[in-house]
Ligand binder design. Structure first.
Ligand code: AKG
Ligand code: FE2
Length: 309
C-alpha cells in the first residue's frame, strides 16, 4: 500500500490525524520555498567538500571518517559500472558529549536555505528539550537531533525503529528513496529482542516468525517530499538513486507518556546517553532512566517549572 500523500496540511491535522494517531504520512509540499540548490551534491561539495563526515554501514555502525568530497567521489553517480554503494554518510549534529565530526557548523551555514516545516508545530518538545519552553524550529542549532544524509544509489538503512519513542521527519532534497514500513504491532516478527531482521535476506533461525510479518506500506519518496515515520514504526530505506536528505527526530510533549513507558521498560537502553545530552544542563551524566523520567515529569508540569536533579 502507498502512504497517504497530503498537501496544505494544518498543524492541528498533522498532530491529530498523523503524529498522535501514529499514522505515517507524506507531505508533498513540505519543503516549499526551500532553496533546494544549496543541498545538491555540487553545492554541498563546494561549501563543505573538505569537511570530514561520518560514514556508516547499512545500519548505524560507524565505518570510517572521510572528507565529503571523497565520499561523493566514491559513491555518487557516474562510472560506478552499476556497482551499488554500501557506504552511507549520516552526518549528525552533536548528540553526545564527545568531540567528533559533527555537522553543527554545516547546519549553521545552511540555516537560511531551509525553514521549519510549516505543518510541524513549534510547541515545546520533550526531545530536544529547551529550558525556556520557547517555540522550537528544527533549523536552529538549538535543535540538535538532526542529520544530513548522503547516500549513493543502493546505499541502505536496514529495518529498525528510532530510539526512545522518537518520531522522525525525513526531508528529501535529491534522489529517490524506496522504503518499507512495518507497524509497531509487527515487532515480534521483525525484532528478536537484540536484532532487527534483514528483510531482504531474513535469517529464519533467528527470526522464525518473520514469514508472518506484514508490511503496511511500500513506497518511494521523491525530492520535495517529507515523510513522517511515527514513533515505533519499523522502516527499511534504500536509495534508488544518489540521495540527499535531512532527517530530524523529536518527541512532542503530548507524547511524554510513551517516553515514560519506554524509560520504565528499558532502564539499560544505550540510547539514554543521547536523551541525557539533550537535558545535559539538568541531569548528571550518571542519571538513570527513572531520574530522566522524574526530570521530565517536573519539567512538563503545568507551570513548566524545571527542577534540576
Ligand atoms: O533515509 C534513511 O536511510 C533512513 C534513515 C533513518 O531511518 C534513521 O536515520 O533513523
Ligand atoms: Fe530511522
Amino acid at each position: 500500500m502507498k502512504v497517504e500523500r497530503v498537501s496544505n496540511l494544518s498543524q492541528e491535522d498533522f498532530m491529530e490525524k498523523y503524529l498522535l494517531s501514529r499514522v505515517p504520512v507524506i507531505i508533498t509540499d513540505g519543503m516549499k520555498d526551500w532553496d533546494m540548490s544549496r543541498f545538491q551534491p555540487e553545492s554541498l561539495e563546494k561549501e563543505f567538500g573538505y569537511f570530514e563526515v561520518q560514514v556508516y554501514d547499512d545500519l548505524f555502525d560507524l565505518q570510517n571518517v572521510d572528507t565529503l568530497k571523497n565520499y561523493l567521489a566514491k559513491n555518487f553517480k557516474k562510472d560506478k559500472d552499476g556497482e551499488l554503494s554500501k557506504e552511507y554518510t549520516r552526518w549528525y549534529t552533536k548528540l553526545k558529549e564527545v568531540d567528533f565530526y559533527w555537522s553543527d557548523d554545516v547546519f549553521v551555514q545552511l540555516e537560511n536555505a531551509w525553514s521549519h516545516p510549516y505543518f510541524l508545530p513549534t510547541d515545546p518538545l520533550a526531545v530536544p528539550f529547551r529550558r525556556d519552553m520557547s517555540p522550537v524550529k528544527i533549523t536552529e542549532s538549538r535543535f540538535p537531533y538532526k542529520g544530513l544524509f548522503l547516500s549513493g544509489q543502493g546505499a541502505r538503512t536496514r529495518l529498525h525503529k528510532d530510539p526512545f519513542n522518537s518520531n522522525a521527519v525525513l526531508c528529501q532534497f535529491q534522489g529517490q528513496k524506496g522504503f518499507v514500513l512495518y507497524a509497531p504491532d509487527q515487532e515480534d516478527y521483525v525484532f528478536n529482542g537484540k536484532e532487527f531482521v534483514n528483510i531482504l535476506d531474513p535469517d529464519l533461525e533467528k527470526f522464525p516468525d518473520f514469514p508472518k510479518a506484514k508490511a503496511s506500506y511500500e513506497d518511494t519518496l521523491s525530492p520535495g517530499e517529507v515523510i513522517l515515520f511515527p514513533a515505533n514504526w519499523f522502516h527499511d530505506v534504500t536509495s534508488k538513486s544518489d540521495s540527499i536528505s535531512v532527517t530530524c527526530n523529536f518527541v512532542h510533549k503530548e507524547e511524554l507518556p510513551g517516553l515514560y513507558r519506554h524509560l520504565d521498560n528499558n532502564p539499560e537502553d544505550d540510547q539514554l546517553e543521547i536523551l541525557k545530552f539533550f537535558i545535559r544542563d539538568h541531569v548528571k551524566p550518571t542519571a538513570t532512566a527513572q531520574e530522566i523520567k522524574t526530570f521530565c515529569e517536573n519539567a512538563f508540569n503545568e507551570e513548566f517549572d524545571v527542577i534540576d536533579i
